[in-house]
Design a protein around this ligand. Structure first.
Ligand code: DX5
Ligand code: ZN
Length: 220
């Protein structure tokens, strides 16, 4: 299981320090939330920050684009050192083409679904998806509560993926309390923002979450 701390809840004035701390603690991915104030109500960061992060870490930079027409920015993120780009199915008109163009650049192609969006939306694109992100909150802000109805969607996503080489990622409201249940449902990759960075010691929290995840996997 991969834990991807979301820098949305980190201290932007000390980003390099915060990222190094969680990577040293075992987080192999860093989740970068890109928001445009149109697709979601919030505005965050863009490729220039990815470029700076690339200089200070070898971790996988997982860029979650919550922006309209994300295909406009694939080259910029690729050139900034992103390892993966996840777009929202609701935000791009030609999802299959967008995913292909991410893959063509040698990056992990991800597609994200808002809580209300059906899994059917991606059923005919599975061959060009490397990562399926099931949003467990409505995107836009850190620190929201996990939407319980998403447990059933996660189980259905796992079933749809079957034996395909597609990572199942979950984002929003993940905590030490629910990470074990997510692992047991077959989630491969969890994003966690506030539950990691809004603690006294994010590195210890990462170790604790990874330990819970690994013991939950063993007891399956
Ligand atoms: C929400 C973002 C998340 C966010 C998660 O729109 O996509 O990645 O940082 O934050 P938490 O883990 O606090 O719910
Ligand atoms: Zn995210």
């Amino acid at each position: 299981m991969i834990l991807a701390p979301s820098i949305l809840s980190a201290d932007f004035a000390n980003l390099g320090r915060d990222v190094s701390a969680v990577v040293e603690a075992g987080a192999r991915w860093i989740h970068v939330d890109v928001m445009d104030g149109v697709f979601v109500p919030n505005i965050t960061i863009g490729p220039v920050v990815v470029r700076s992060l690339r200089k200070v870490t070898d971790a996988h930079l997982d860029c979650h684009l919550m922006i309209v027409d994300p295909e406009r920015y694939i080259d910029d993120f690729a050139q900034s050192g992103a390892n993966g780009i996840t777009v929202h199915a609701e935000a791009t008109r030609h999802l299959q083409r967008t995913l292909c163009s991410i893959k063509e650049r040698g990056l992990v192609s991800g597609v994200s679904l808002n809580p209300s969006t059906s899994l059917d939306t991606v059923a005919y694109c599975l061959d060009v998806i490397d990562l399926l992100l099931v949003m467990t909150v409505n995107p836009g802000f850190g620190g929201q509560t996990f939407i319980e109805a998403m447990y059933r969607k996660i189980a259905q996503a796992r079933e749809m993926i079957g034996t395909r080489a597609i990572q199942l990622q979950v984002d929003g409201g993940v905590t030490k309390e629910n990470i074990g249940r997510l692992v047991r449902l077959g989630v491969d990759n969890v994003v966690a923002g506030s539950s990691v960075f809004h603690t006294d010691d994010p590195a210890t929290t990462v170790r604790e979450m990874l330990a819970i995840a690994s013991s939950s996997a063993k007891h399956e």
